[in-house]
Design a binder for this molecule. Structure first.
Ligand SMILES: N[C@@H](CCC(=O)N[C@@H](CS)C(=O)NCC(=O)O)C(=O)O
Length: 225
């Protein structure tokens, strides 16, 4: 059977047998990059999807496609939907795929205060924490990296405070797409050598999230476990 945008998002929860087809949704990713958050979320949803690795330096994909024809912005993630539409920007992708399967509870309903809190976390991760790491992925001086490390720690301290009431996840007891994104970005502290030992709740949180089967599957598929 040919998958549709609906069935492919609920594949593992559907009694129907789904096959990968030309119209199967596809995530364009780079191992360990912010696209990993979308990848984790697709596994959390039990979605049927394909993956295509991108070489952003050369702007090519593993099948030899010019990546600029997929995403003119040149970066990952990009999600090609069953319809052929391409969605870019991690926060938009995460919310769109979560909304296709509300029963998975990866995002509160649109229009609610809880959803605004989710968007607040997503926006803070995207515009403040994610970008604070940028000097580590560029040709930066030691002084620039030192300043960046301070910025990262200041932003991580905000999340240590969020977790201070004993909650397991950013919105409370339930894992959401904000956790997928924050987990990925906070985990960059390891390859960049940023010591987070001053943030014990973040340390425990990263261990907790890393144990999720969806996270394990995504890490393995990206060759990171
Ligand atoms: N605003 C974009 C930023 C995406 C982004 O920064 N992607 C990085 C990886 S985390 C990337 O592909 N950079 C190009 C490169 O690594 O060459 C989003 O939130 O999706």
């Amino acid at each position: 059977m040919v998958t549709t945008s609906h069935t492919s998002l609920v594949g593992a929860h559907s009694p129907q047998t789904l096959k990968r087809t030309e119209s199967t949704m596809k995530l364009f990713y780079k191992p360990g990059a912010c696209s990993l958050a979308s990848h984790i979320t697709l596994h959390e949803l039990g979605a049927t999807f394909d993956l295509e690795r991108v070489n952003t330096d050369e702007q090519t994909t593993e099948s030899g496609t010019d990546y600029r024809t997929i995403n003119a912005k040149g970066y990952v993630p990009a999600l090609r939907l069953d319809s052929g539409d391409i969605l870019t920007e991690g926060a938009a992708i995460l919310q769109y795929i979560a909304d296709q399967n509300p029963a998975a509870k990866l995002a509160p309903a649109a229009g609610t205060l809880a959803r605004a809190h989710l968007q607040s976390h997503l926006n803070y991760v995207a515009s403040e924490l994610h970008k604070a790491f940028s000097p580590f992925f560029a040709n930066s001086t030691d002084a620039e990296k030192e300043a960046a490390e301070k910025n990262v720690k200041r932003r991580i301290a905000h999340f240590e405070e969020v977790l201070s009431d004993g909650r397991d996840f950013l919105l409370g007891d339930t894992f959401s797409v904000a956790d997928a994104y924050f987990f990925v970005v906070a985990s960059w502290s390891r390859p960049t050598g940023i010591d987070l030992s001053a943030f014990p709740r973040i340390g425990a949180y990263l261990e907790r999230v890393a144990k999720r089967p969806a996270v394990q599957k995504a890490l393995a598929a990206e060759g990171l476990s």
